[in-house]
Design a protein around this ligand. Structure first.
Ligand code: HC0
Ligand code: SF4
Length: 574
């Protein structure tokens, strides 16, 4: 342990701890902007400078480890003045239209300006006017607001391994842009939105579809339906000051009705349906010598990545549509038929923790399987939070209500889709039944849980060995594919039979459309919420969901049958 002093307070921390983190341990908050817990410190902004006894210059607390006997002063008039100057310089290049900015109220720059009591900026305004990039359906890049903290570039490169963003130009002319200065749509961007989730200001944000959704509700001409994804229920509360991981499903259903939606469904229902299709697909391929490994395809950033970077694996993708898309199709076919409402008079809105889902809803012809666009709008958790605030709903004190029937009931297996390993665990729960015709006594598969970037295991299904891998956070996933490709190309035994991939760290609970501020601590709390939701479920296997059993009996026929194939499956670009 290293013993040192922060503002005269002794502290002992493990070797390598930065001044920033040592200060946190004694209750001292050093301001930061470019720093983020998820990323390597690269000391770009300089707002975290501190004095260290014996050092001729101030040091950056985010990137300087404490040393034995080090004496640090984090706050004195001189240090605060330097920080103020740094802040004023940043503000002199930043548009001051806070009132119209999507981040107003939770912008880290705005908060610092308020904390420092900035009333005027002593430097000449040097804002560079740059048109926003609106070329993707998922995120908007507004480099004019960029403060060059570099978080988005680091996330895209280090965490996601995509390298879609970079800084272009030099000195005063430096600006954020898609790599090679193309549009974002032309870049390798996979629309995961992690850049928007890590941006401290309003330079990258989700494409806002709330206006269009409000219009549909206000016009009152159509039957406006909504579905909520697994991970939304453990994160939305954060936008209203609740603890991360608080399970607010019943409040969300109530809020959605108060917003004016005519029918409230749950994507978890369709997650159970996905398991019946994808689980059956796995068992079929596994038992009849089909293409393996089967790779999950419900994360649209992942399928986008694979189409761009590994099209030789297209055949390995599960053809089962994602739960979001299955629910859209089933609403405008099955529910339309049962309710007697013409699908042409229906609007389906999805609430997702994800910016990529906005892209998925039109990604191929199969997204129009009902004869209409199956999902009309996809909004993020952040957008729903804004709609609830705009409607003056006191979310925290809302009573719970239930989901609408036919497309609402779900099992614990459906809910765990929201975390890394969850789709695999849910699939294994049902694959066991499909292979053995018996139910598991112990439904929990610990080997697929947790935050390790790649998890692998051999699962014993009554003597049949199934080798699986689970990867999350895009930068971790390519290695798994490389491993499979190498074995495949050499004609060796495949390392895995079944692979789950989610592009975001922690799975959808860490999605790019979730409330800002996610760290591993917050992801852990959201994950705990998801597993608690599973544990308290009476039914924990998708094949036990009565509404799913009924939809096959009444409408779809068999999993992988003709009708299921027509409505619930899709194709990928080679
Ligand atoms: Fe996910 Fe999904 S689990 S991708 O993370 O499979 O977005 O929450 O809705 O569709 O169900 C996201 C979350 C979903 C889908 C489900 C899957
Ligand atoms: Fe990179 Fe994802 Fe942002 Fe695209 S959405 S620029 S892939 S971090």
């Amino acid at each position: 342990m290293i013993e040192c002093e922060i503002n005269g307070i002794p502290v002992a921390v493990p070797a390598g701890t930065t001044i920033l983190n040592a200060a946190k341990q004694v209750g001292v908050k050093i301001p930061t902007l470019c720093y983020h817990d998820d990323l390597d410190a690269w000391a770009a902004c300089g707002i975290c400078v501190v004095k260290v006894e014996g050092s001729p210059k101030m040091l950056r607390a985010c990137a300087t480890p404490v040393g034995p006997g080090m004496k640090v002063i984090t706050h004195d008039p001189e240090v605060v003045e330097v920080r103020r100057t740094v802040l004023e310089l940043i503000l002199s290049t930043h548009p001051n239209d806070c009132l119209k900015c999507g981040r107003s109220g939770n912008c880290e720059l705005q908060t610092l300006a308020a904390d420092f009591g900035i009333r005027e900026i002593p430097f000449e305004e040097r804002v560079k006017r740059i048109e926003p990039d609106t070329s993707t359906p998922s995120i908007v890049l507004n480099p004019e607001k960029c403060i060059k903290c570099g978080r988005c570039v680091l996330v895209c490169q280090q965490m996601q391994g995509v390298y879609a963003l970079e800084f272009i130009g030099r000195g005063d002319g430096t600006r954020l842009a898609p790599a090679a200065d193309v549009t974002l749509a032309e870049s390798p961007c996979i629309k995961c939105g992690q850049c928007s989730a890590h941006c401290p200001v309003g330079a990258i944000y989700e494409k806002d579809d709330t206006k269009a959704v409000w219009n549909e509700i206000k016009e009152n001409k159509k039957h406006v339906m909504v579905q909520i994804a697994p991970a939304v229920r453990v994160a939305l509360g954060e936008a209203f000051g609740m603890e991360p991981g608080a399970i607010v499903t019943g409040k969300i259903y109530t809020a959605l009705r108060r917003l004016g939606f005519d029918a409230v469904f749950d994507t978890n229902w369709a997650a159970d349906l996905t398991i019946l299709e994808e689980g059956s697909e796995f068992v079929k391929r596994f038992t009849t010598g089909g293409t393996l490994p089967l790779i999950t395809s419900c994360c649209p950033s992942w399928t986008d990545y694979m189409e761009k970077f590994a099209p030789d694996f297209t055949e390995n993708f599960s053809s089962a549509k994602s739960p979001q898309c299955m629910l859209g199709t089933m609403a405008k076919t099955y529910y339309a038929e049962k309710s007697g409402i013409d699908a042409a008079d229906m609007i389906m809105v999805s609430v997702m923790p994800c910016t990529s889902k906005k892209y998925e809803i039109t990604r191929s012809d199969e997204m129009f399987a009902s004869g209409h666009q199956d999902i009309d709008y996809s909004i993020t958790t952040r957008e729903l939070a804004r709609m609830i605030k705009q409607a003056g709903i006191d979310f925290v004190n809302l009573p719970d209500s239930d989901c609408d029937s036919l497309l609402g009931e779900y099992t614990g297996a459906g809910t765990i889709f929201g975390v890394t390993g969850g789709v695999m665990e849910a699939a294994l729960r049902s694959a066991y039944y499909l292979i053995t015709k018996e139910d598991l006594e112990q439904v929990e598969f610990q080997a697929v849980r947790g935050m390790e970037g790649v998890k692998s295991a051999e699962i014993d299904i009554k003597g049949t060995k199934v080798r699986i891998a689970v990867a999350h956070q895009m930068g971790n996933c390519q290695a798994v594919i490389d491993q499979v490709r190498e074995a495949r190309d050499k004609g060796e035994e495949l390392p895995y039979h079944f692979i789950e991939v989610m592009a975001c760290r922690g799975g959808c609970i860490g999605g790019g459309g979730q409330p800002h501020g996610a760290t591993d601590e917050i992801r852990a709390q959201r994950t705990k919420g998801i597993y608690t939701d599973d544990e308290k479920s009476v039914l924990r296997c998708s094949h036990h969901n009565p509404e799913i059993i009924r939809v096959y009996e009444d409408y779809l026929g068999e999993p992988l049958g003709h009708k299921a194939h027509e409505l619930l499956h899709t194709t990928y670009k080679k």
